[in-house]
Design a protein around this ligand. Structure first.
Ligand code: AQP
Length: 334
């Protein structure tokens, strides 16, 4: 029997991924290569839903892909590709848009958050339809599982609804995907604002730990992370969100349960604890940064890997779209 399929996308919206992207997404991508037929895409079409510069997008798309390979995605086992290389994404998105209610799309909280940031009137229609393009990404490949952070759960529910609606109206076509959310790391928060999500576009430089950052600044940021008054290292999300976040990070990076960390650091104060968090971050990030730099130094080879990924992705996407066109009533393509 064929392995179940997994698909996820990540936006090239910055010059580096951050710790939240790494723990909430990329690390899972690597783990899921075992036992799954994995498809991962750099979603450049999603990245243009907010203001951007073409040159920066091109650079960031390559940086994003290089980080995925550097973090451990094996191009022989996983299909790693750039979304805009597979035209079927936008084609299916259009069909799905025509099945989505305005009210349904309007309930998506990411649109509300992001449009509030950019100003409701200056937010583009693309930002509004973003979750529908995401649904197309997933449904094109018949993904069974989608590794995402908790913030994306609502979009996945919309994807399932649209798949069901299409299947009901036009005949069984799409697989219903399940979210794959790893407990404990579904939300890594901003170091300076520990109740907000660590985010490429909204965290301040001091609040974000970038995968491609040098050890010095990484250590400094962890040591300066906002903590709470008191000295106890205890997991208390409500009253000590800063310490809770650092505990979550150390636990995830060292595969140590949080209660064991609480026991280990009992009576030790914040200094030693933060130093250990900083070291764990540096140890994890440094080899990935070095491999990313090597990959970026050979652009032709990186583009060759992405071309191979696009060829594999296109074959699957074209087959799905062929079915969709037929079932939705379009004439055969001449
Ligand atoms: N703080 C986070 N904790 C856990 N998971 C996170 N993810 C993002 N931030 C955290 C997960 O990373 C994946 C890729 O995210 P994305 O690039 O598609 O965009 P995003 O979720 O919108 O992440 P950012 O950093 O906030 O990017 P911008 O600022 O460009 O919007 C997703 O699976 C996400 O859940």
């Amino acid at each position: 029997m064929a392995s179940p399929r997994v698909l996820s996308g990540i936006q090239p919206t910055a010059d580096s991924f951050h710790l939240g992207n790494y723990l909430g997404a990329v690390r899972q991508y690597v783990a899921l290569q075992e036992g799954y037929d994995a498809f991962y895409c750099v979603v450049d079409l999603h990245a243009i839903t907010v203001d951007y510069q073409p040159e920066a997008l091109r650079r960031r798309s390559r940086i994003a892909a290089a980080q995925l390979f550097a973090a451990g995605l094996d191009p022989e086992r996983s299909t790693v590709f750039v979304q805009s290389h597979v035209r079927e994404h936008t084609e299916l998105a259009w069909v799905l848009m025509c099945l989505t209610g305005m009210g349904e799309a309007g309930r998506m909280t990411q649109f509300k958050d992001k449009s509030a940031k950019y100003g409701e009137s200056s937010a583009g229609v693309g930002l509004f339809t973003y979750p529908i393009l995401q649904a197309a990404d997933i449904l094109l490949y018949g993904a069974n599982k989608v590794p995402v952070g908790a913030d994306q759960k609502q979009h996945l529910e919309l994807t399932r609804d649209l798949a069901q609606r299409f299947n009901h109206r036009f005949g069984e076509t799409f697989t219903l995907p399940e979210p794959y959310i790893v407990k404990g790391v579904e939300k890594i928060t901003d170091l300076q604002e520990p109740t907000a999500k660590m985010s490429k576009s909204s965290s301040s430089p001091a609040g974000i730990l970038d995968l491609l950052e040098q050890p010095g600044p990484l250590r400094k940021k962890v040591m300066r992370a906002v903590t709470d008054t008191g000295t106890e290292i205890a997991f208390d999300e409500e009253n000590k969100p800063g310490i809770a976040n650092l505990l979550r990070i150390l636990s995830a990076l060292t595969a140590t349960p949080i209660p064991d960390l609480e026991t280990r650091y009992a009576g030790q104060g914040y200094g030693t604890f933060k130093k250990d968090v900083a070291e764990a971050v540096v140890e994890t990030f440094a080899p990935i940064r070095e491999r990313t730099e090597k990959l970026l130094a050979d652009e032709d080879e990186l583009d060759r890997l992405l071309a191979a990924g696009a060829t594999r992705a296109r074959a699957v996407a074209a087959e799905t779209m062929e079915k969709v066109r037929d079932r939705a009533g379009f004439l055969p393509t001449p």
